[in-house]
Every structure is written in C-alpha cells, then in structure tokens.
Design a protein around this ligand. Structure first.
Ligand SMILES: NC(=O)c1ccc[n+]([C@@H]2O[C@H](COP(=O)([O-])OP(=O)(O)OC[C@H]3O[C@@H](n4cnc5c(N)ncnc54)[C@H](OP(=O)(O)O)[C@@H]3O)[C@@H](O)[C@H]2O)c1
Length: 262
C-alpha cells in the first residue's frame, strides 16, 4: 500500500464523508478528512478505520470560508509530514435567497468557500506535488449542476462561484497538460443529493424523486474518476440537465427557479 494520502475537504458528513469512505473501501487509500470541527471529524475517522483497518485516516480541521483557511490546511499537512497525491475539493455551502435580503458576510464567506479556497487548494496541491517530486496526481472538483445554468435567481452567488470554479478548472487543466504535468482533473456536476446538510437549503425537498443519495453520488464519482472520466455527471436525469441547462432560454429558467425556490 502506498503511503500517500487523498485529501477530501468537507468530509465531516454529506457527500465528502461518502467519498472518503469509497476511497478507503474500494481503493485502500489513506485519507485526510477535513471540516471546521475536530469533534465532527472524529466519528468519520473512526468509521473509516473500521471500514478498512489497513488504511490511515487523519483529521485536519480548517475553516475554508476564511481567506487563509486553505493555506492553514496545507500547513497542517506539512507539519505532519504527509504527502498528498489526490485532492477532492468538496467543501461547499449554499444559502438560498435574494441579494436584497441576504447578509453580505454570509455571501462573502460562501464565495470564499465555494470558489477562492478551491482555487487556492488546487494551486497549493500542484506546488506540493512538485515539492515532493510526485510524478502523478489527481484533482476531483465537486462543482454542481448550478455551474451549468447561465443564471440562477435566489442562488446567484452559489451559481456564479461554481461557474467561476468550473472555468478556473478548465483553464488549469489545459495549462498543466501543456506543461506535461501528470495531474488528472475531474469536473463533477452533481444534481440534487438527499440526506446532506445542504439539503436543508431546500434543494433536495424541492427535487424529491430525482435526488440521489450521497453514497450513490460518491460511488459514481470515485468509480468514474478511476476510469479516467474528465467530466462526471452522476445520474441519468442530471446528464440530460447538463446538456439542457445552458441552452434553455433564460426567461424559462428564471421562472422555474422563482417557482421552486422563490
Ligand atoms: N446537496 C446537494 O444537493 C448538492 C448538489 C450539487 C452539488 N453539491 C456540492 O457537493 C458538495 C458537498 O455538499 P453536501 O451536500 O455534502 O453538503 P453538506 O452536507 O452541507 O456538507 C458540507 C461539508 O462541507 C464542510 N464545510 C462547510 N462549511 C465549511 C467551511 N467553512 N470550512 C470547511 N468546511 C466546511 C462541512 O463540514 P463542517 O460543517 O463540519 O465544517 C461538511 O463536511 C458541495 O460542494 C456542494 O456544493 C451538493
């Protein structure tokens, strides 16, 4: 077994914890789990150790809604002398609501979490690989179907942050390929997921019937990444939505978002 680690952000619960579980069970990977609270990470570490006693699971807490959260997470990795060769940028949040009513602090910290920390972690990971002379690495960016819509009233900052992260990833995927850096990027576009905390924002209740469980989505992501798929869209309905979302006329999607979440 290799001594390198997969770092999964936002893995104290929801999709991140299920991705960590798949990596441990299906691929015997050592994992670093991360979230804001050490207390919430502890049961995840215990679960992973039970699922595969041969692996190492380590918790490193960090608040990725803070501008220096990503650097502090990588500083924690360096302090422990760990080598990471897989990054799953999964931590994210979405408070729905109109810019007329939302708190500016909440919106700003979610943009840092959903976009700026993802960019910073990706860069720090590429630098970390270079420092350790690692010949190959993998980055799995958990985006959202929200990244495919041109605009999403009442989810404007979430939609724009995920779109920006999507565009950023496409750009550096090209840069690294051209530079001959052996890093494989995977862009993931989940639709509604049931049973996660983001679900409390109304996404899953409003999408009953088509929402997949976090375990189903995690399994699809981990399997597809090992098959080398650069674009990963879990679920058949989401594959249709991926194609339709950018081309449906804006007045139709505006009305649909207002009807569902207004
Ligand atoms: N749920 C959906 O319907 C859906 C659909 C499409 C895409 N996604 C994407 O999937 C990813 C996972 O979402 P989820 O549904 O699993 O959400 P979730 O259940 O709310 O889990 C979010 C994870 O992120 C962590 N987190 C939240 N704020 C953080 C912060 N400031 N710093 C560090 N970690 C933080 C949470 O840990 P702590 O609270 O312990 O810090 C938790 O582990 C997100 O990127 C989301 O945008 C979700």
């Amino acid at each position: 077994m290799s001594d390198t680690f997969a770092l999964v952000t936002g893995s104290s619960g929801g999709l991140g914890a299920e991705i960590a579980s798949c990596l441990v069970r299906l691929h015997g990977r050592n994992v670093i789990v991360s979230g804001r609270s050490e207390q919430r990470l502890r049961p995840v570490v215990e679960r992973l150790a039970k699922e595969n006693p041969a692996i190492k699971a380590i918790a490193i807490p960090a608040d990725l809604s803070e501008m220096d959260g990503a650097s502090r997470l990588f500083a924690g990795i360096a302090e422990r002398g760990l080598v990471v060769d897989e990054l799953v940028n999964n931590a994210g949040a979405s408070a729905p609501g109109s810019a007329l009513n939302l708190d500016t602090g909440v919106v700003r910290s979610e943009i840092v979490l959903d976009y700026i920390s993802g960019v910073t972690l990706t860069m720090l990971f590429l630098h970390h690989l270079r420092e350790h002379g690692s010949p190959a690495g993998r980055v799995i960016q958990i985006l959202s179907m929200a990244a495919r819509f041109n605009a999403m009233p009442n989810f404007a900052h979430y939609n724009s942050a995920k779109k920006a992260f999507d565009a950023y990833t496409k750009g550096i995927e090209y840069e690294t390929r051209r530079a001959g850096v052996g890093v494989q990027f995977h862009r993931v576009y989940p639709g509604a997921i049931s049973g996660t905390k983001i679900a409390t924002s109304g996404i899953t209740e409003k999408n009953k019937g088509i929402a997949l469980t976090a375990a189903q989505v995690a399994d699809a992501i981990v399997r597809a990444s090992r098959q080398g798929r650069r674009v990963i869209i879990p679920g058949f309905v989401n594959k249709l939505a991926y194609v339709a979302a950018p081309i449906v006329p804006q007045f139709i999607t505006d009305r649909a978002f207002y009807k569902t979440y207004g």
